[in-house]
Write a protein of this length. Structure first.
Length: 420
């Protein structure tokens, strides 16, 4: 057994590009695995690249369309399917029908450990394990504050969550408490680095003597962002508004025009930023983050001790995240744009409250989450390769062992496409 436990591990990290959070969480885990001395090989797959066109369309484009055009419908779907263990057979049948190439690729890869940052690959690989097709159960990383019913899996190696309330929820549903780790949500390891505000401001060309509001605008669109900035410019205090447009060229050009116009006529300084890999530095330079409360973005903000102003959260998971952030005293929420400037100005004028909010962020700050998850997973035994495992599970020692031998004979003929 000692020889087995010391072997270099083969790790498969699985995400799904329904939004960006699941993929970013997986990328953070990938970075840690690539530097870990116990990992011999690691790959990150976006499982949607191995599914049918219809399945990809439903999970990615339809999801984005609902966010942008029918958010209340998305909230209704979220609540309707949030009944534990309900509809799992129907959902599994649909997923298996559309994920044939993914299932074949996962069996051919033969990982020692599987880490899932999305519920769909977790449920599919749990099913493969129960059928004796793979020798390892998936570890499941919940990338929101709440655990929606879609994350529930009867076959799992370990659960990783952010909140003790989420842990208790899983325990009440019968999940083994010893197999739940309160790790936090995995974010880029760069957030573990302490950075000086003055040095970062100098590098980014920002004023370090102004109250800086970082606006994550990529999720809003051109029209709503202009309305948002119109209200923010009503703040009657010297402020710096750093607006991140993300990958939208149209939004970036529009923000540039607003910045030129407003910087001539307003006491507020507007800085327009397109897509940037330096989000951790912009957060280090800011005093507040204004945006939507996604699991990854808020976890990054907490790691930088950055209070939040929540505007128009998406019904469903973002509404749930908002409730937790408000309850824990790290956020304010504006339900009406006409009062946005007033609420922020009121907070700026109350430095003691702002300081308490910054201090409260430490309750949710887990910049080391990716490292914790990888270390925990690698400390788990390689059950599938242990002799006593095979003795206890004759299903594996027979059917699985024979199929594994046959797959190895065919392995040189199997081509596994590498996701970019």
């Amino acid at each position: 057994m000692a020889e087995i436990s010391n072997k270099k591990r083969k790790v498969l990290i699985l995400s799904a590009s329904a939004g960006t959070g699941h993929v970013r969480a997986a990328d953070a885990l990938l970075q840690i695995c690539q530097k870990h001395p116990g990992v011999g090989e690691v790959q990150h797959w976006d499982m949607l690249k191995y599914t049918t066109r219809l399945f990809r369309h439903i999970y990615s484009q339809v999801y984005l369309d609902l966010i942008n055009k029918a958010p209340r419908m998305l909230g209704w779907i979220y609540d309707t399917f949030d009944t534990p263990w309900r509809n799992e057979k129907m959902r599994m049948a649909f997923e298996k029908f559309n994920a044939g190439p993914f299932l074949k690729a996962a069996m051919a890869f033969e990982p020692d450990h599987i880490i899932c940052t999305h519920f769909t690959p977790a449920s599919l690989l749990g099913w493969l394990y129960e059928k004796g097709k793979i020798p390892v159960k998936p570890a499941i990383v919940v990338t929101d504050y709440d655990c929606h019913a879609m994350w529930l899996n009867r076959t799992y190696q370990q659960y990783f969550v952010l909140l003790d309330e989420t842990r208790e929820f899983l325990v009440q549903l019968g999940i083994d408490p010893a197999r739940i780790t309160m790790s936090g949500i995995p974010i880029d390891p760069v957030f573990m680095e302490n950075k000086s505000r003055s040095e970062v401001c100098r590098k980014l060309g920002l004023a370090d003597d102004l109250f800086t509001i970082l606006v994550s605008a990529g999720g809003y669109g051109v029209g709503p962002v202009e309305a948002l900035l119109t209200e923010l410019l009503k703040i009657k205090r010297p402020v710096q508004l750093v607006v991140i447009a993300g990958r939208s060229e149209e939004l970036k050009q529009h923000l540039d025009q607003i910045a030129v116009r407003q910087n001539r006529n307003s006491s507020a300084r507007v800085v327009s930023v397109g897509f940037t890999p330096l989000m951790d530095e912009y957060m280090a330079a800011a005093d507040m983050l204004l945006g939507k409360p996604g699991g990854l973005t808020t976890s990054e903000a907490m790691a930088r001790n950055l209070p939040l102003c929540i505007v128009n959260p998406i019904p469903g998971q973002e509404e749930r995240n908002s409730a937790h952030l408000l309850e824990l005293g790290v956020a304010i929420r504006s339900n009406n744009l006409p009062t946005l400037a007033w609420k922020i100005q009121k907070l700026i004028d109350d430095p003691q409250r702002l300081a308490r909010m910054r201090e409260n962020t430490r309750l949710l700050a887990h910049p080391e989450a990716a490292q914790t998850i990888v270390n925990t997973v690698l400390s788990l035994p390689l059950d599938a390769e242990s002799d006593d495992m095979l003795k206890r599970r004759p299903f594996f020692s027979g059917r699985w062992a024979r199929s594994r031998m046959l797959r190895k004979r065919r392995l040189s003929k199997v081509s596994i496409a590498q996701p970019s």
